[in-house]
Ligand binder design. Structure first.
Ligand code: SF4
Length: 258
């Protein structure tokens, strides 16, 4: 997702229990948990669940530990029932759960997991790269996500080159799905020099027309999936501000995450 790496990622030391059914079939199951975040679920104190596995290979990704199989394997899988028990204990403190990754929609048993979160009374925010619009549609039709955060990596024509995964068509479909079905949705772009410039942002702004909320994230050059991106200097605030202005012409609200 290109989101912030948790300080507790892969830290399973506070969990007990085993022998639970794994979620990992297409994906790699739960590989990280952060008990509390004040910034990842707008308006709520939340916990974050991180699923391992992703079908994109964005070179600027700063969560390679949730993407590259050799690194995922180094992190112990956490059984879903252990997460649910932990969340149940936290109910007085947190009201939301962010389901992130990696790419959570790759998990075959994602929907039953979301059902369990809703049964516990949590609001759910689902982070996705948009590559599995059908899963998104099923989750939203069943009322299993209150907020969807959908990444827009770059302009459509550059998608295969940038994500080293599928083209933009699935993401375009995911945009239509969230527009139609999500109670609330957020579009997100990480401002990576050479990946998103003024030209790409103008195209993105057209695509995002009418979106209720758009988050612009600065590129951070530490722990990138492609080590050569660590040498890339992030945009200065003045350039990021210019990008925000371009978006402000077409979306309702731009959140500057810097
Ligand atoms: S979609 Fe890209 S940035 Fe997000 S987890 Fe996958 S590789 Fe990383």
């Amino acid at each position: 997702m290109g989101r912030k790496r948790s300080s507790r990622i892969g830290n399973t030391s506070s969990f007990k229990g085993s022998g639970h059914r794994s979620l990992a079939k297409d994906g790699w199951g739960i590989r990280g948990f952060n008990g509390i975040t004040l910034v990842d679920f707008p308006g709520r104190m939340a916990s974050i669940v991180f699923f391992g596995g992703c079908n994109f290979r964005c070179p600027f990704c700063h969560n390679p530990g949730l993407v590259l199989p050799s690194l995922i394997e180094e992190q112990k899988e956490i059984p879903p029932s252990v997460i649910l028990e932990e969340l149940d204990r936290r109910k007085k403190l947190v009201s939301g759960v962010v389901v992130s990754g990696g790419e959570p929609t790759l998990q075959e048993d994602l929907l039953p997991f979301l059902e369990s979160l809703k049964a516990l009374g949590f609001a759910v925010k689902l982070d996705t790269n948009g590559s599995r619009p059908q899963v998104l549609k099923e989750a939203l039709k069943a009322g299993l996500a209150d907020v969807v955060a959908l990444d827009i990596k770059t302009s459509p024509s550059r998608y295969p080159q940038v994500t080293r995964g599928t083209g933009f068509e699935a993401v375009r479909e995911a945009m239509a799905v969230v527009r139609e079905l999500a109670p609330h949705y957020i579009l997100r772009t990480t401002l990576v020099p050479g990946v998103v410039g003024r030209k790409e942002m103008i195209e993105i702004a057209r695509l995002a027309m009418g979106a209720p909320e758009y988050h612009l994230q600065p590129f951070r050059n530490s722990h990138t999936l492609d080590p050569s991106f660590s040498a890339l200097r992030p945009y200065p605030p003045s350039v990021m501000e210019e990008m925000a202005h371009i978006l402000e012409d077409t979306v309702e609200k731009v959140v500057r995450c810097w």
